[in-house]
Design a protein around this ligand. Structure first.
Ligand SMILES: O=P(O)(O)OC[C@H]1O[C@H](O[C@H]2O[C@H](CO)[C@@H](O)[C@H](O)[C@H]2O)[C@H](O)[C@@H](O)[C@@H]1O
Length: 274
């Protein structure tokens, strides 16, 4: 078992990785494993289009689909982007754009209907962002949301955030902050917490792995499920990074150092659960 970095904050309850995998093994056929993508399964890069999952994590996820009830990716990326990265892994469910899209067992991508009227709004917003934001801002158009990145130009953070919030007010959109990014989304009630809350209704066990503030709602959904059913076993795992700070680790049971270390952790999990 690789060392678990407990982070600068203690877990919210005493739980070792050993104990967690043992309890999971007892319920493996009713267990769901949820993974955030960027910063969790995939190391962060300057260019969002070039990102790929860490190879060890991908191989372990493939093996885990044979061991647990379900494996799912829950991301702010579009399903189409995720499908390219997890091609060939039929046993992996994909939730994209914070759950506005989902795809199960290589069927068709389903889009939340309430979000569809915002397709033209997002196209217009993306064009306007490219025209009005200074050089150095990176605009990522995602059909139902637009991400305004400043990773390679951190001095623009304030200007980009102000511009994004003004546009959100103008167009009636919601704002989601992330790692060196501000994202504009439709005003539709859909987030990672809601996705997880619905997906674990009939599960006996679930893990959620995440690195960013939007993942904390998913942790909360597991806590709520556990509070409602003492037989349910939930585990929240943070993947550490210098940008999010302690917020995610503080809310987690376990903290892992990086996406690469997560690959080692999951490889060990395959052995523990088989
Ligand atoms: O829910 P996630 O899968 O974690 O997606 C969150 C955002 O991830 C991407 O941005 C982040 O990763 C980029 C590539 O490593 C990095 O350049 C950027 O600074 C990070 O914020 C993605 O591009 C966004 O659309 C997602 O909202």
């Amino acid at each position: 078992m690789p060392p678990i970095n407990p982070g600068s904050q203690p877990p919210t309850r005493p739980l070792t990785a050993e104990q967690a995998w043992r309890a999971t093994a007892e319920r493996a056929e009713r267990c769901v494993l949820f993974f955030d993508f960027d910063g969790t399964l995939a190391p962060v890069r300057d260019d969002p289009t070039t990102v790929e999952p860490a190879p060890k994590a991908l191989a372990a996820i493939n093996a885990l689909t044979e061991v647990v009830q379900r494996v799912a990716i829950v991301s702010a990326r579009p399903v189409e982007f995720l499908r390219d990265r997890f091609a060939g892994l039929d046993g992996v469910d994909l939730y994209g754009l914070y759950g506005l899209e989902h795809l199960h067992a290589s069927g068709e991508t389903i889009t939340e209907e309430a979000a569809l009227p915002f397709v033209p709004t997002m196209a217009e917003l993306s064009d306007r962002a490219r025209a009005e934001l200074p050089a150095g801002a990176l605009v990522e158009y995602k059909r139902l949301s637009v991400a305004l990145h400043y990773r390679t130009a951190p001095h623009l953070a304030g200007e980009i955030e102000r511009w994004g919030r003004t546009q959100a007010d103008r167009l009636g959109l919601r704002v989601q902050v992330g790692r060196m990014v501000l994202e504009l989304k439709p005003p539709v009630d859909r987030d990672k917490g809601m996705v997880i809350g619905e997906a674990v209704r009939s599960a006996g066990c679930a893990w959620y792995f995440g690195d960013d503030v939007s993942d904390i709602k998913a942790f909360a959904a597991l806590r709520a499920r556990e509070a409602a059913d003492p037989d349910f076993f939930g585990v929240c795992v943070a993947v550490a990074n210098p940008e999010t700070g302690d917020e995610v680790s503080t809310a987690a049971d376990l903290t892992i150092e990086s996406p690469e270390a997560l690959g080692d952790f999951l490889t060990e999990a395959v052995h523990r659960l088989t």
